[in-house]
Design a binder for this molecule. Sequence first.
Ligand code: SDX
Length: 428
Amino acid sequence: MAEHIAKLELPNNDSIDLPVKQGSAGFDVIDISKLGSKGYFTFDPGFLATASCESAITYIDGAKGILTHRGYPIYELATQTSYLDVCYLLLNGELPTKAQYQAFESMVKNHTMVNEQLADFFSGFRRDAHPMAMLCGVTGALSAFYQDSLDVNDVKHREIAAFRLISKMPTIAAMCYKYSVGQPFVYPRNDLSYAGNFLSMMFAVPCEPYKVNPVVEKAMDRIFVLHADHEQNASTSTVRLAGSSGANPFACIAAGIASLWGPAHGGANEACLEMLEEIGSVERIPEFIARAKDKDDPFRLMGFGHRVYKNFDPRAKVMRETCHEVLDELNVQDPLLDVAMELERIALEDEYFVSKKLYPNVDFYSGIIMKAIGIPTSMFTVLFALSRTVGWIAHWKEMLDQPGHKISRPRQLYTGAEDRDFIALDKR
Ligand code: SDX
């Protein structure tokens, strides 16, 4: 990569020359790793302007609403290919040939079952446990079963762990749902597609055959593609940080699931639908818009805004199209869609949202589609985690493949008490 120099003027007539690195797209970066030698750290809480790593997986241009995976635009990937095709692309850097795709799909299908003992974990949860709590716990527990793929320094271990996680996440996700509704777990079916198998494990029951609806199957696969990866978001950064200590892949992915659960991140799709249900009717939208603008009210319009996109989230566009396709196909008249469409129209005209560049994000429409498919709100973030597992793994692998990778260990600006002498208890 080409390098330029940024000269930083410091107090006491000091200065330091910092190398500027250029990538293949996006902002250049100033390498501040030598700044410590001058007695300074940089300060950027929330990492608004900090590049944590070098990556070749996903590129986002927030101003232009661009999202590409290994150079391919998300719209083409979401409308012209499948989730497993995108998984191969994210993990290997290129779209697979037909033979490569078939081999990849076969590997994924041969790892869809989980150790039968894993089912016993669920009996320890209350039936009303949040599915994300179960997913997080059970995923972390996978390291207790698959002890032959824990050595992160062994490329073969990394590869088999990646397949196990991509293959088993739908099985575990569906087990979380079945457990919460008191129905028996449904075994994976390798004669179905990745999305079709997930729908079968979610909605099939032993007493009758289950037929996958092709429109729902396509929508499900598209939701998986649209959530597969998104650069250094909070949960992906969590996985990278956990992986930098050498933690096993199952523990790292469980950490990513925990981070994704937050309502400011992957929990927004669940929170968005709850917000639409709370608004309830088009007439009440102004009341909630006012609350979202009120600095004293912590309420935010869930499904709006994004740290990077200061333009339309390109995933929301595809999700919006899919939303109408699914509702038309299933002949669902969901009043929440009317509320969502009117909320979107009002927000996109309102000076507050326009000035702060708050547009609908990927979570705004996904919840309506999942609700139409029959997926309960509490499972929305589980599906997000299922989809994002491949992105987390791709970044985890990329980090471990990078020569000289170190444990991530940020510094701080200390503002606590200065040195002082200890005072014994009887003298306090
Ligand atoms: C995801 O990073 C990723 O890539 C994430 C993700 C992925 O694929 O991994 O894209 C998935 O997490 C999408 C985002 C889902 N979250 C939500 O929909 C929750 C609602 N959105 C907000 O919480 C917020 O927009 C964030 C968290 C998404 C972004 O927050 P930022 O970048 O830290 O922005 P901010 O909180 O500093 O807000 C800037 C201003 C503030 O007002 P001022 O202090 O400048 O006066 O905009 C306001 C905020 O109050 N604002 C909102 C708002 N979002 C921001 N006001 C009302 N409603 C909102 N939704």
